[in-house]
Design a protein. Structure first.
Length: 307
């Protein structure tokens, strides 16, 4: 690791400039690789869990006022450390304190709700307060650490909100997660410095396909029809933008769709109850599988051509 004093001597000797000194320190601060950064984040998380465990074991002996004082001291302390490290251009440390601040905000919301009995029956509201209160952290962050926590929180909140809503339906999940994916794609393309875009695109895509899998396996004609249209439409969009990885993902889901259609038709029209029906269903399954395999080969061929 480069030493600040040694660099100061080099600057005074005229060997390097002050700007070069800053660049060297910035490089040194960012070194260590993904594993070291992940271990540091794990360390912060472990300390947080330890503090929570210690407090929980003595919870009934701690007064409400003291709980609030300690909680807000942690909040302001984390915020102060984040700002201090930012001013010192120690970005990695600042980012870790932003993550700590994100977690402390969630803990503070939970503590206030617990002390003042504010929970009610709206389970998704604390999560909404949490993501709304920590939204500014995304604009302060220069790395993805905060986004790794914030985006899943937002997606979980929406899932809880949709479940509480009277007109719940899986179609809403698909539309919203698709819109979030598109938003993340636009942010990552046109605002690459706003790191939340890439994380939002990845996590919204995962959530979209997770819901789509459940939608396909629901085993009714409407879901099978809509999911087939979704796979065809999104494949066309992916193909247009030459995102062959996503096309291959759709091909895998097409296999799941074929399996669901096979089970649905077998149960609906009784193909599994007779020998002739089993033969017909087997031929149908093989034909559908061959169609999916042929689609996969065509995509691979085109991908190699455009490589």
């Amino acid at each position: 690791m480069f030493k600040v004093k040694q660099l100061d001597k080099l600057v005074k000797a005229g060997i390097i400039t002050a700007e070069q000194q800053k660049q060297i320190l910035a490089y040194d601060d960012s070194s260590g690789g993904f594993v070291m950064r992940a271990l540091n984040l794990l360390g912060i998380f472990t300390i947080g869990v330890g503090v929570i465990s210690l407090v929980a074991s003595n919870w009934e002996y701690i007064g409400d006022n003291l709980k609030l004082i300690v909680m807000f001291a942690l909040l302001f302390g984390a915020a102060g450390m984040a700002v201090s490290n930012k001013l010192k251009e120690q970005d990695n440390r600042a980012e870790k304190w932003l993550v700590a601040l994100f977690l402390f905000v969630g803990a503070a919301i939970g503590l206030v709700i617990q002390i003042y009995q504010l929970s009610g029956n709206i389970m998704h509201l604390p999560f909404a307060l949490w993501w709304a209160a920590t939204l500014p952290l995304l604009f302060a962050a220069k790395k993805k650490y905060v986004a790794w926590f914030w985006v899943p929180l937002f997606l979980v909140w929406y899932a809880m909100y949709a479940f509480d809503y009277k007109t719940f339906g899986l179609e809403k999940f698909l539309v919203v997660y698709a819109a979030l994916y598109a938003g993340g794609w636009l942010l990552s393309k046109y605002k690459p410095d706003f790191v939340v875009g890439e994380v939002l695109r990845r996590d919204a895509c995962f959530a979209f396909y997770l819901v789509l899998a459940g939608y396909i396996l629901w085993l009714n004609s409407l879901h099978l029809t809509i999911s087939a249209l979704i796979l065809l439409l999104t494949s066309g969009v992916y193909h247009y933008f030459k995102d062959y990885g996503k096309v291959r993902l759709n091909i895998k889901f097409a296999g799941l769709w074929v399996f669901s259609l096979y089970i649905y038709l077998g149960g609906k029209i009784g193909l599994f109850s007779t020998g002739i029906g089993l033969i017909i269903s087997g031929v149908l399954l093989i034909a559908l599988v061959k169609g999916v395999v042929k689609w996969s080969k065509l995509i691979k061929k085109e991908e190699k051509k455009n490589a």
